[in-house]
Design a protein around this ligand. Structure first.
Ligand code: HEM
Length: 445
């Protein structure tokens, strides 16, 4: 991607009125920030779901798009140029233009992620990004549905799913808390090795740092806690346990620029979102019988002790992320003058607006087939894992772990929604789905 693509002929931005800017700040930016950008806040999520905060944001942006013919909206933010993308084509062009002229490393992300991964690839400049991205891709293997270590991962997933099911059988239902504890055991096994399975401390340390990261510049950095977290991750990586990503890292080696522990900090953080997505997908399958039938048909005769490419379940996971994106605000910062404005312009892509665009027939429905029949590919603004050179390198591993966990949970068991908003094929799905307070009743199959 050359920088000229940032200057491709496109419609000139239009400057928002003060009222429009204030409404975007109050109805779009504020609820997103309140929900917790780096670590979700359960109370804020519960309030957002109850008061349906997210729906007005999508409606407001649809009105602004119609009013301004989809031209980018230059917000009246004092001190810096900030623009909002309102056309699907612009999203495609922006994301394709990483890292120059549209850098994923923005001032906000550096301030937030710097709390726990100051050398992470996402907040690296173009020079440092290259070796860090190369390293990340070599370990995570994006583009490969079944990771080289898919076999040991599948065994770990089966073990942890069995624990989840036995606890749910005992309690009669599956809560987020129970699921999440098991999910984190799995994540630590996959990333750091079996010996890290019960190391809640490393997850708790990261959680504390992520809560600070929600406050970006406002919260002072906890240098000692970060040093302890870094040491703990490094010690786990040092064991290079076979069957874990730590072993792949050891085998690869890394040059000085890479800072593997910082890359791993991002992976651990991002696996949290994958747990939320898995649990939400389970809730959707519990409430969408036709989709569940498809899943069951696909699982017929499949040996879950072996790694499998469960295409329909993967599509279910993708559609759950479309419906409730875990990165609702994708940000880019221009590295030079482009048609978006001078170097240093921040561009905002509010993904729920594009994913739930009322002009899409499936906007508020669970429609996994769009990921299999080309409809999603035809829309450059459906970006559950972002797109372009900085697309999420964990996307295939996430889909593998999530779909395999779901397959294990659904084999021989059914679930029924026991709390939360109505999820039904006959009603528009809610704009927010608070995973933290969601409970699913376990049914014998
Ligand atoms: C449901 C789970 C996940 C979703 C929806 C997701 C989505 C995304 C999105 C939207 C971005 C772009 C962010 C931006 O441009 O600001 C991203 C970046 C990234 N993701 Fe994920 N992600 C998930 C899980 C993971 C996991 C588990 C890993 C690692 C194992 C991972 C590794 C990364 C990395 C390293 C980046 C930065 C890429 C770069 O800057 O080149 N993600 N992800």
């Amino acid at each position: 991607m050359t920088s000229t693509q940032g200057n491709l002929k496109r419609t000139e931005p239009v400057t928002a009125s003060v009222v429009e800017t204030v409404r975007v700040a109050v109805e779009v930016a504020l609820p997103t920030l309140a929900g917790g950008v780096i670590k979700r806040r359960p109370t804020a999520m519960a309030v957002a779901e109850k008061l349906r905060f997210d729906r007005p944001a999508v409606k407001l942006l649809a009105r602004l798009r119609d009013r301004h013919d989809g031209r980018p909206l230059r917000l009246r933010v004092p001190g810096r140029p900030v623009e909002l993308a309102l056309a699907a084509e612009d999203v495609g062009t922006l994301l394709a233009g990483a890292p120059t002229p549209f850098s994923p490393s923005t001032v906000e992300k550096r301030a937030a992620l710097g709390h726990f991964q100051p050398h992470g690839v996402l907040i690296s400049d173009a020079g440092d990004r290259r070796p860090r991205r190369r390293f990340t891709e070599a370990v995570l293997e994006p583009g490969r549905p079944l990771h080289e270590l898919a076999a040991p991962f599948a065994r770990a997933i089966a073990d942890e799913a069995a624990v989840v099911l036995s606890e749910a059988t005992h309690d009669g239902e599956l809560s987020w808390d129970a699921f999440n504890v098991a999910w984190w055991r799995l994540v630590r096994r996959v990333v750091l090795g079996d010996q890290a399975r019960d190391d809640d401390t490393v997850t708790d340390q990261l959680a504390r740092l992520r809560l600070d990261a929600n406050w970006a510049y406002v919260h002072p950095r906890r240098k000692q806690l970060r040093a302890r977290f870094h040491e703990r991750v490094t010690a786990h990586l040092g064991r290079a346990e076979p069957g874990s990503l730590a072993a792949v890292i050891a085998e690869l080696g890394a040059d000085g620029k890479v800072s593997p522990a910082d890359q791993v900090a991002h992976w651990l953080f991002a696996f949290d979102a994958a747990g939320m997505v898995t649990f939400r997908t389970l809730a959707l399958l519990a409430t969408h019988p036709a989709a569940l039938d498809r899943v069951r048909a696909d699982l017929d005769g499949v040996d879950l002790a072996e790694p499998n490419q469960l295409s329909y379940l993967r599509a279910c996971v993708l559609d759950t992320i479309r419906l409730w994106p875990t990165t609702p605000m994708v940000l880019r910062e221009t590295t030079e003058k482009t048609s978006w404005g001078p170097a240093g312009t921040t561009v905002l892509v509010f993904t729920p607006f594009f994913h739930r665009d009322a002009r899409l027939p499936y906007a508020d429905r669970f429609e996994p087939d769009i990921w299999l029949d080309g409809r999603a590919d035809a829309n450059p603004a459906l970006v559950p894992f972002s797109a372009g050179p900085a697309v999420c390198p964990g996307r295939d591993l996430v889909q593998f772990c999530a779909s395999t966990m779901l397959a294990n949970l659904l084999r021989g068991h059914g679930f029924e929604q026991a709390s939360g908003p109505v999820l039904s094929p006959d009603r528009p799905l809610p704009a927010t789905l608070d995973n933290f307070h969601l409970r699913l009743k376990l049914l014998p199959d």
